[in-house]
Design a protein around this ligand. Structure first.
Ligand SMILES: Nc1ncnc2c1ncn2[C@@H]1O[C@H](COP(=O)(O)OP(=O)(O)O)[C@@H](O)[C@H]1O
Ligand SMILES: [Mg+2]
Length: 396
């Protein structure tokens, strides 16, 4: 406990000498300064009955210091958003002198859209508090992305409880988010370019070569004498295997490249992919396309196709599902795709670094592709209840 020592003055002990008075005045002034600045939280007074300790009112001083010097904006405001108290950091954030900030309305630091959102948010803020992201507009017109954390405070004599508000500068966090998004976008773009290149090479070189070899092996089988000799049987087997290899290479090339989309359209591509998937994996896939008639912008069709492909690939790799349903709905203003499986599910909110196995780029690129075309992707999944993926893209 920090204490300040003060002498109890009694008239009988008082010295008339000015020097003594000066010293005591200086002492008293120092004591007052220390009390005012919060260096002491109790005063010890020496008197006839010995030393007495008086704790000072305002033991919350330590908290006030913490708030004053913390690196976040902190303020207290009334329900009608009048600022009752703000710390220096908040004044620095809004680039206004503190004395102009206190007593003014918090609204003046928000854009018009944020003001409306903030009003609604304030109504909903209950005892447990809430957080929103806004743009703080400073005195010089500069804009700062911020997170606002708000909580009603005890009434303390107020008719309506005031709010405690903490304002966190999110500039760096936003910049990092943007960098990460730009990087993911670049990865998805590079993946798409690379897929296109490999698909082209496979289709134009390997498949052509394989077809020529199939043709030759057919000729070999035809030219071998006898109807059922062992060499002839081997040649026919060779031809069949080569034929299957050529088909498989063509399938991989088709899945990699987006060219089919341009040729036969999304509905036909999805149906073909569903059939191929069901035949290969033995899983039942129910595909319903409602209103999928008009062509959509190429990048939206590509996003839908790639997200569909990745979802089915994940079902195949991870879900151990028995049924998959895919629902497409296209209307004038939006297109929606919902993919459900009844497999083992997973926790989509768990941080990739905490998972036993760090997954690939699948979910990340699905999200990026959805965001890139202005859409939203929702993934609901939990253990044993399967996975529900919902993609919605506006078409206007
Ligand atoms: N339909 C699903 N069913 C169960 N688990 C899934 C499903 N989709 C994704 N997951 C889980 O999410 C993880 C990340 O998926 P993803 O990003 O596509 O990477 P990858 O498929 O390469 O592992 C997977 O490793 C898997 O654990
Ligand atoms: Mg995957």
């Amino acid at each position: 406990m920090n204490t300040a020592r003060s002498r109890n003055s009694s008239v009988s002990e008082a010295s008339p000498e000015t020097a003594e008075l000066r010293v005591r005045l200086a002492e008293a002034e120092e004591t007052l300064r220390a009390i005012r600045s919060g260096e002491v939280d109790a005063v010890m007074v020496a008197g006839k009955q010995g030393n007495q300790v008086f704790t000072l009112e305002g033991a919350e001083h330590a908290y006030r210091m913490l708030i004053e010097f913390m690196n976040e904006g902190a303020l207290e405001m009334t329900p009608d958003k009048t600022i009752l108290y703000a710390n220096k950091c908040f004044a620095r954030m809004v680039k206004h002198p503190l004395e102009q900030v206190i007593g003014s309305s918090f609204r003046r630091f928000l854009s018009t859209e944020d003001q409306t959102m903030f009003r609604r948010f304030l109504k909903q803020a209950d005892g447990s508090g809430a957080k929103i992201q806004v743009i703080i507009i400073a005195g010089d017109g500069s804009r700062m992305p911020a997170q606002i954390s708000i909580r009603p405070l005890p009434r303390n004599g107020f008719k309506h409880a005031p709010f405690g508000v903490v304002v966190t500068d999110m500039t760096d966090a936003r910049r990092n988010e943007e960098l990460l998004r730009a990087l993911t976008r670049r990865v998805v773009q590079a993946q798409e370019e690379e897929r296109g290149r490999v698909a082209f090479e496979l289709h134009d070189n390997i498949t052509q070569l394989l077809c020529a070899v199939v043709f030759r092996s057919q000729a070999l089988a035809d030219n071998l004498p006898g109807r059922n000799g062992s060499s002839k049987r081997e040649a026919i087997k060779l031809r069949d295997m080569l034929g299957k290899t050529a088909d498989e290479v063509e399938r991989i090339s088709t899945n990699l490249g987006p060219s089919l989309l341009g040729n036969i359209g999304l509905g036909a591509v999805l149906r073909a992919a569903r059939t191929e998937f069901a035949n290969r994996t033995g899983l039942l896939v129910r595909l319903t396309c409602a209103g999928l008639t008009a062509r959509m912008p190429a990048e939206i069709e590509l996003a839908l196709y790639r997200i569909f492909q990745e979802s089915l690939r994940n079902v195949e790799k991870h879900a151990r599902a028995r049924h998959v349903t895919v629902l497409f709905k296209q209307q004038d203003s939006f297109v929606q795709m919902v993919i459900n499986d009844d497999g083992v599910g997973f926790d989509p909110d768990s941080h990739p670094a905490r998972r036993k196995r760090i997954g690939g780029l699948g979910l990340l690129s699905m999200r990026e592709r959805a965001t890139y075309v202005g859409g939203s992707l929702k993934i609901d999944s939990n253990r044993r209840a399967g996975t529900h993926i919902e993609l919605r893209i506006p078409l206007t």
